[in-house]
Design a protein around this ligand. Sequence first.
Ligand code: BES
Ligand code: MN
Ligand code: ZN
Length: 500
Amino acid sequence: MESTTSAAVALTTATAADVDVDLIFVPLFEDEMPGAALPGLDEGTGGMLGRAVESGEFRGRPYQLYLTPLNDQWRAGRVGVIGAGKAREFDTDRLRKLASAAALAARERRVPRIAFLNRHSGAPGKGVQAITEGLVLARFSGDTYKSGERSAPPVEEALVISAHGGAALEGALERGRVLGESCNLARELCNEPSNVLTPSIFAGRGEAIAREGGLQVEVLDEEAITSLGMGLLLGVSRGSSEPPRVLVMRHAPAGAPARPVLGLVGKGVTFDTGGISIKPADGMDRMKDDMSGGAAVIGAMRAISLLKAPINVVGVVPMSENMPGGRAIKPGDVLTGAGGKTVEVLNTDAEGRLLLGDGLWYARHLGATHLVDAATLTGAIVVALGKAASGLFGQPDGWVEAVRRTALRAGDRCWPMPLYEDYREQIKSEIADMVNTGGRPAGACTAAMFIREFVDDLPWVHFDIAGTAWAEEARAWQGKGPTGVAVRTLAELAFTSAEW
Ligand code: BES
Ligand code: MN
Ligand code: ZN
């Protein structure tokens, strides 16, 4: 697939004037003269750039673009100055987005060969990695089912111009490439319609990605799921003609310590109609991406393996459709999870937490000592945070904070949400251990509270990505559609165990 074959990104230590591409991108801050970014740049443009800055035509606002030719002292035909915003707000997240915006702009203009100047002032490897991630993310195409004219293909060649070379920086480039590609693989899965991506097909595609990445993989079929007693997952899948699956991936590098074992669990609902508590028709098509958490776990596991994380990691993705039907579960039904907990299903549309309950139990069963789940779990988190951030829940505070810091570095914005004991009242059942919905107040928090019942006292983090998995609007750095949220965070976490 074109978006994942991105060998086209490479490092160059040549001076900018010697880089042989069609278009060189140079980030420029607000209130900055071109010479500060690159000595001789303004002269190369015959003074055009300097005049554009002085007149206010180019003001360095984030993602603002100014393209102008370069003279014959330069091997590149043109420079694309890209606004980098305020210098004091600059970080690797901005840099990643700038690189992505640059590559998307070149792609749209059908410019085949580009270079991007690393202006990161911190550790050069961090800058190179972020730029590479951005350049690779811009290779994603969402219109694979169009039979006629499609959007422009990704750029053919993208170079990262770096003052320093060497093994460490080549390593940073490789890291950026693997993380970017793994995000794109997750985005491709999220983009698939549910008639193509049924639970069994999802499991098969996930299995192939994981195997190619060097992971040990197992797919549990309905029989195996039944003998494990995963009654919550089985309950959700009852209404569908498509049987459920559980994809299990293991990264067990030679010499890894017995502990910790990171357990990643992702919601894999390939389509969520709501079941008997059926959703309104408006916007229901979006529910094909209700497996985004599962796709994120698959992408992250691939990156963890390819980048040789030093610890043991297990990935578990319970997969199901949520459909109404003659055999579907009904409000008031009671289900029993694999760990023996019973749930009174008051609303069949609160299905994600049922899958996660059995998925988290299984990750623990496989020896996970630290759990993280990602799920498009509640509309309530979209009400609380909009599309600006994922909801972050968990225990204990130290673990939540460690995950939060990793997420920030990885460019997955998230915001801490509370797990007050008070919420437990809302999920009490008259006839079973708990109900599966606490009603409207604090809907995202009661959902997280429900999941917590399945992790006991283990360190655990829950990302509610219902608002962040899908971009409703195109931005300079990212088109409409699946975002690949949580992939980089879950992957990077496997490299931070020294801080846990
Ligand atoms: N998959 C949905 C959550 C969702 C909503 C994701 C909007 C993306 C955008 C989830 O399964 C769901 O239906 N949740 C219900 C829970 C309720 C019935 C307690 C919700 O949020 O309405
Ligand atoms: Mn639902
Ligand atoms: Zn759902």
